[in-house]
Design a protein around this ligand. Structure first.
Ligand SMILES: Nc1ncnc2c1ncn2[C@@H]1O[C@H](COP(=O)(O)OP(=O)(O)OP(=O)(O)O)[C@@H](O)[C@H]1O
Ligand SMILES: [Mg+2]
Length: 137
């Protein structure tokens, strides 16, 4: 999940709950989610900071929290950050699709949810995935 693109200035902290249950999931799709969130976090920290990945169980969900110590998501962007083409990056640097795609994978594809908590120095994306198959419609 955490590849070579994380530079030497970024400290990675992992806190995993080793007792998590297996969950029904599409791993290749979830890998896109982790990649998108980690890419954003690393870019936001511009090469220096701490990336924290936590996993834990909460009710009938497994939660993956990915945090960074960057400047945070600008207030005016927070409520539409998961919408397509919401970006602060220059043309050619970002299309504003990473979080839109991630949202659709988590919410529509897995019946989970994804929320943002952000303040300067502490930004977290929380991905909550149900531990059991959602009842089919
Ligand atoms: N960890 C973060 N810290 C600060 N801002 C963030 C963070 N994650 C996302 N953002 C903000 O949310 C915007 C949307 O993110 P998203 O991943 O959807 O698009 P993008 O990174 O701009 O482009 P793309 O992912 O398509 O290359 C970013 O442009 C950035 O302004
Ligand atoms: Mg992105």
């Amino acid at each position: 999940m955490l590849g070579p693109k994380i530079g030497a200035g970024v400290t990675v902290v992992k806190e995993h709950d080793r007792g998590l249950p297996q969950i029904p999931a599409h791993p290749a799709e979830l890998n896109q989610v982790w990649t998108n969130i980690v890419d954003n976090a690393v870019q936001a920290m511009s090469g220096a900071g701490t990336l924290t990945v936590r996993t834990y169980r909460e009710d009938e969900h497994v939660v993956v929290s990915i945090g960074d110590t960057g400047p945070g998501v600008p207030e005016e962007l927070r409520k539409r950050v998961f919408e397509p083409f919401s970006t602060t990056k220059a043309v050619g640097e970002g299309t504003g699709l990473g979080l839109d795609i991630s949202y659709r994978i988590v919410v529509n594809g897995h019946g989970g949810d994804i929320v943002l908590r952000s303040e300067p120095g502490d930004t977290r994306f929380l991905v909550r995935l149900p531990t059991s198959e959602p009842p089919s419609a």
